[in-house]
Design a protein. Structure first.
Length: 204
């Protein structure tokens, strides 16, 4: 493993791991993977900026993966004076949830944007409707669902929101919004369920 230090930036690259650690004030920004090859680098950077009596802040918005060693180091940081995890993506929140460690940390998620439902919920709803629209050759709905899934994969939020509202107009999705118009919930409607069930029945 080789490392190169710049002004407040540490880049570590290896055969399977790649990480960039950037220090801004007392916040540690991490991009890449936190695993066996890189976890200690994150720990060292965090301890370098720790202010006594305050949890160290680690921005995880650009983290692609955390393995068990990386999670162990985050727990160690928490026990050594506290850690606040900033902007953890859905995949990181899922890891903390399934390992039962999410309650250990102070977690600060980004403010809700134009859509504030989980990626898993979106994928579940869209997948069911995609299978049905393809089987029934409903090209309009299938095209809208394709736009939505592509937008979800590439985080093109405006395209995703537009497609979801048009799918709603077909009666297959119900969207809930807050006072500012952000999508806070969605579900497949009864019409959408029938759409899926008809497909399942006709394919049997």
């Amino acid at each position: 493993m080789s490392g190169a230090v710049g002004t407040g930036v540490l880049r570590v690259g290896g055969e399977v791991s790649d990480i960039e650690i950037q220090i801004e004030g007392d916040v540690v920004h991490v991009a890449g993977t936190i695993d066996m090859a890189t976890a200690l680098d994150v720990t060292e950077a965090a301890e370098d900026v720790r202010v006594e009596g305050r949890p160290v802040e680690i921005d995880l918005r650009d983290v692609a993966f955390i393995d068990s060693i990386g999670l162990r180091e985050l727990i160690r940081l928490e026990r050594n004076g506290g850690v606040r995890l900033l902007n953890p993506p859905e995949r990181v929140l899922h890891l903390l949830d399934v390992t039962g460690t999410i309650e250990l940390f102070a977690v600060q998620s980004p403010a809700p944007g134009p859509i504030a439902v989980s990626e898993r919920q979106l994928c579940a709803c869209l997948s069911a409707l995609i299978d049905a629209s393809h089987a029934q050759r409903n090209a309009k709905v299938e095209h809208l669902l394709w736009i939505a899934t592509e937008a979800l994969a590439t985080t093109e939020v405006d395209d995703l929101i537009g497609a979801l509202w048009m799918i709603r107009d077909f009666g297959y999705l119900e969207l809930g919004t807050d006072e500012e118009g952000a999508v806070t919930s969605l579900r497949v409607t009864e019409a959408g369920r029938r759409f899926v069930e008809q497909t399942c029945g006709s394919s049997g």
